[in-house]
Design a protein. Sequence first.
Length: 291
Amino acid sequence: MTALVNGQPTRCVDLADRGFQYGDGTFTTIAVRQGVPLFWALHLARLERDCQRLLISFPGSECLEPDVRTLCMTQLEGVLKIQISRGIGGRGYRLPQPQRVTRVLSMHPLPEYPPELWKVGVEIRVCGSRLGINPRLAGIKHMNRLEQILARAEWAADEIREGIMLDAEGYVTEGTMSNVFLVKDGTLHTPKIDRCGVAGVMRGITIATAQENGVDFVESRVTLEELYAADEVFLTNCVIGLWPVHRCEHRTYGIGPITEEIDRWLRTKAESELAAACNGRSGLSSSLPVS
């Protein structure tokens, strides 16, 4: 792992940093291809939005982009993680004044997932751990992921790739590391993320792409029974892209036409983003290295 803390090459963060002390911060995870951070503008917007909601001073693209360029030159293919914490503060929950935020950027190898996961689909399970309902934090990818950690601790079998998390009232909300979509009678459904869960960047891209291509779309409370009764189910995040689901507990699914179409559209959108960057037409990416 290669890392920068406030622009300096190091793996160490001050023990008084509130990200370490309290999980007081936000982060995003970006796929890097040919030295290009895919969908950079959307990730930057999400970081700024989440900082505003958490009352954290956003460091701005002028601080982040030089670090991104540096790391993307060291590793042309990988996963870039950007963390922004409220910075160093005294003991206790009172917000430090003035704030001096900490930015941590780290580059990681791409996960080695078998290619068949995209071709034949993945097996998932339903987790017993529930998400607490808290509209104040809903949608934010904040640095406290204890609910997801405890849910992921529920299984060790390699054949199960993801766990579905329900909220405290039993509604389907998300995966431990992904957002969930289902198709029923030709309509695309995804759970609302207004009370808990993470509004992933790839979730937003998927919704926008489906609507651009005329797919009927509904965002609603999704019950476990509706998940089992779906015709198609798939998962998204910015590293995996789209994983079709072939089995959830007792229920098996086929990889249906809408899943296949959306997967194709998302791949095309990523390739277009990459091509625009390589041709020097897209903001930050225009100055990043290309292999």
